[in-house]
Design a protein around this ligand. Structure first.
Ligand SMILES: Cc1cc2nc3c(=O)[nH]c(=O)nc-3n(C[C@H](O)[C@H](O)[C@H](O)COP(=O)(O)OP(=O)(O)OC[C@H]3O[C@@H](n4cnc5c(N)ncnc54)[C@H](O)[C@@H]3O)c2cc1C
Length: 389
């Protein structure tokens, strides 16, 4: 009997899993890949598009370049998953039946019920989002003067917020534009939950780039022209970008699976409360003991390898592998600069210090993205993208 395997999403989770499944599945399985866009976006470099929209062609790869001729690709929005009927529901097309499905739909922005935030802020979760931020910043600077600079406020100082602030600072400098950039974080430190050494190194780079960092004061309300804080004075904005949190996709709302805020709970083998449904990446809360796996590209990429293999094993009724997230370290950009922390030895090179910047960190950041692009396409594509990474 032919098994129908369906993969949802074309991010790190979906693309990585498709790659693995294409090599793992034998002739008795049919593979269908569904995403709302017909390209894979290297989302962890999407902030580069805010500075320069031309970068988009270097960080997007058509699904036709990744899918084998035998893989059926459907471009449509997933609106639901019926685990009893074993169907994926689509916005435009007919339901798609599955024997096994992998959820890799990523996450959407969380607003935590802060009044006005959703209505008045831009988000960064897709290529279109990055282009919209570029347009908004460009328009704000056209109306600005040295006496009245454009106010760009970024809420949330995690990976996306820090890297967005860095790119807008580069944009300001390249265009000699009158722009003031504020990075706002509710908690005491930027890059919360990480080592104080990298937190400080990132803060130093941001301040050097002229980004005003505000910490330890949560936003309580957003309006069309300002944000209010729990304690501090209100801050005006011409552009407000909110990157302060993630939640699961609305498409999973009615799926009869164990989940929290629409992020689907899985065991360390990626199986959900329904044994035919697997989930990885930001869509999933993957059991790793005390904490679930982090919502990072790095984790999604690692998980995809094993998830693809586990679906092939499930079809053959073989035992599933368990996965352990390995933190290979962190590299974060602030414009052209970067900071690396706790990077595990690779390519036979071990590193004498925990936290470092300069050219080694910049090149490491490029190397990580290039390696991913090479994995899903080819080293030739990675080489072409190098200057934009
Ligand atoms: C600006 C930015 C910088 C980041 N920097 C880093 C970093 O430096 N290091 C790091 O490790 N992580 C970083 N991250 C986090 C990282 O990008 C995410 O953790 C990673 O993208 C998760 O992979 P994913 O495949 O689960 O989701 P995604 O990459 O978001 O992919 C989701 C896929 O599903 C598709 N999709 C979504 N909804 C639907 C639907 N309803 N129907 C059909 N298709 C749908 C999307 O189009 C996409 O193809 C960053 C994130 C951002 C936004």
């Amino acid at each position: 009997m032919t098994e129908n395997v369906v993969v949802l999403g074309a991010g790190y989770a979906g693309t990585g899993a498709i790659n693995k499944l294409q090599s793992e599945l034998g002739g008795n399985a049919r593979l269908t890949w569904i995403a709302d866009v017909d390209y894979h976006l290297v989302l962890h470099e999407a902030h580069r598009v805010i500075r320069d929209p031309d970068v988009r062609s270097d960080i997007t790869f058509p699904t036709t370049q990744i899918a084998d001729p035998s893989t059926r690709f459907i471009q449509d929005e997933v609106t639901g998953l019926d685990v009893d009927e074993r169907t994926v529901e689509l916005a435009d097309g007919d339901d798609v039946e599955y024997d096994h499905v992998l959820i890799g739909l990523g996450s959407q922005t969380a607003y935590y019920g802060i009044p006005g935030l959703e209505e008045h802020s831009l988000t960064l979760k897709s290529l279109d989002d990055a282009l919209e931020i570029h347009e908004a910043v460009s328009e704000a600077r056209r109306d600005a003067t040295r006496g009245e600079p454009a106010q760009v406020v970024i809420g949330g100082a995690g990976l996306s917020g820090i890297q967005t602030a860095g790119e807008i600072a580069e944009f300001r400098d390249e265009h000699r534009a009158p722009i003031e950039i504020h990075l706002v974080e509710a908690l005491e430190e930027i890059f919360p939950g990480n080592d104080p050494e990298i937190q400080q190194a990132l803060r130093d780079l941001l301040e050097e780039a002229g980004v005003q960092v505000h910490t330890d004061d949560p936003i309580t309300e957003a309006t069309a022209d300002h944000i209010e804080f729990d304690e501090g004075e209100p801050l005006d904005h011409d552009v407000l970008v909110w990157t302060g949190g993630i939640t699961g996709r609305d498409a999973m709302e009615n799926a009869d699976l164990e989940k929290e805020h629409n992020r689907v709970n899985t065991g360390a083998n990626f199986q959900t409360s329904d044994e035919r449904v697997f989930a990885i990446g930001d869509s999933a809360l993957i059991d790793q003991g005390d904490q679930p796996a982090p919502p990072t590209a790095q984790a999604a990429w690692q998980a995809a390898e094993v998830a693809g293999e586990n679906i092939a094993r499930a079809i053959e009724n073989r035992p599933l592998r368990t996965w352990e997230h390995e933190d290979k370290g962190t590299v974060v950009s602030v414009g052209e600069k970067a900071v690396a922390h706790d990077v595990k030895p690779a390519f036979g090179i071990s590193l004498p210090v925990d936290t470092f910047g300069g050219l080694p960190a910049q090149n490491l950041k490029k190397m990580i993205a290039a390696r991913w692009i090479a994995d899903v396409t080819s080293w030739n594509e990675a080489r072409k993208s190098w200057s934009s990474l």
